[in-house]
Design a protein around this ligand. Sequence first.
Ligand code: ADP
Ligand code: ASP
Ligand code: MG
Length: 492
Amino acid sequence: MKFGGTSVGDATRIRKVIEIIREAAREGDVVVVVSAMSGVTNRLIEAASQAEAGNRDAVDAIFQELRDRHSAAVSALIHSVEMRSRISRELRLVFEEGERLCQGTTLLRELTVRAQDSISSLGERLSAPLVAAALADCRVRSEAVEATQVVVTDDCHGSADPLTGPTRERCESRLRPILQRGAIPVVTGFIGATEKGVLTTLGRGGSDYSATILGAALDADEVTIWTDVDGLMTADPRLVLGATTIPEISYREAAELAHFGAKVLHPKTLRAVTQCGIPLWIRNTFFPERPGTRVTPAGSSADQAVKGLTAITDVTLITVDGPGIVGIPDVLGRTFAATAAARGNVLLISQSSSQNDICLVVPSSGAERTAEALRREFARHLAHEKMDHITLDPSVAIVTVVGKNMRGSGTVGRTFTALSRENVNLIAIAQGSSECNLSLIVKQQEVKTALHAIHQEFQLGVLDSRPLPVRSVDLGAANWHYDSGQQTASAD
Ligand code: ADP
Ligand code: ASP
Ligand code: MG
């Protein structure tokens, strides 16, 4: 069971978490994975960059704020004086380590990837002992475990991937004995370590991934992601009023929704269970009586074509264009190689069949780096004007329609009709050949309108079941080449 940041955000919420764990432990063995308290990782990352800039006072202020927040939770949750002083000492050691890391960063005026990982991991290293102690305070036997001892990863700091074999062995030797003693391991989410023991992180929001990594390594019956919404929903509830919980969905669809921005699941979460087929649940910590979403290898059989919609707004469209690019040898291959070398995470690619332009959509954080890599790769062609320019447009967003039964269902035509009814302008489109997703690039300010229009067209939500004012015209999947000559492919 994994509990996210909001679920362990303060003492009142941690009490709810304890009730859920206690109830589940009556039924069988439970391994708990916890995130940092909500907002803590952001503050730690802020502290790291303040340290790099040499702003000691700002770093101290952040650490003081985090100390206060954790000690308030300790005071409210831990009643035994002895246990309270033990846990306070443990947390103090973690804070001191964090401060030393920040001091080192300030001295060097350089934030190394290792230091960045070590500083941002402190939140989980604080919340796991806190939750374990709170369980013990309620007479539930538990032990806090640092994931550095169990999740073995490669050395890709900031987005490490697990090494399955060694992780399995460590889980057997470190976690299984705790379960056999009748206790509950409370493991830090988000973190792993290389085979040499260097701490790594799995990427922002990575505690979901930690849960499936451990579930797979321990051959768990199921993995539950406990969060602050009722499950995986037809759209981000913050953007679409009336979004509803999806009762059952396939791994593939859930992975597509996560990849294209459904924050409730880290994009890599499903990777860890794909081989073993363990069911994954997404449920609401604050309403545990609600059923949530079940994610299974095949999903439910009686499915509508469109399962859900997502949007990613912090993306940038990079356009490589010019009349001569058709003549540049292996232009696509070189584009991919250059972006990969710059570790550019290409979310989507679209190319017109005339090859006059290639559009890439990447997270805005890495857009400049990716564009620079492309400019270097094509420097000669830019100089000889075979290529006009490589431009960046950060004002776009990706809206994605996901469903494994979309093929031949007329989804594409209906989507375009719904959008054109609302005058939403499509900048580029991409569809995977599996037809499990259809991605649309729109202006950021049109995201909400686009989501609402599609949500309503496919009657995905409670508010969408009323008849549509205008009957949609089913253009059929064959007509999806909406713009003259647009030929697209999905990036995954
Ligand atoms: P946690 O702290 O539990 O990991 P997150 O904040 O990472 O929780 O993810 C949960 C949030 O994801 C929800 O509060 C919701 O606003 C957002 N979200 C975005 N898209 C979806 C979706 N399709 N279904 C459910 N939640 C979504
Ligand atoms: N605490 C980490 C983050 O905020 C990991 C997680 O919450 O899943 O990114
Ligand atoms: Mg999360």
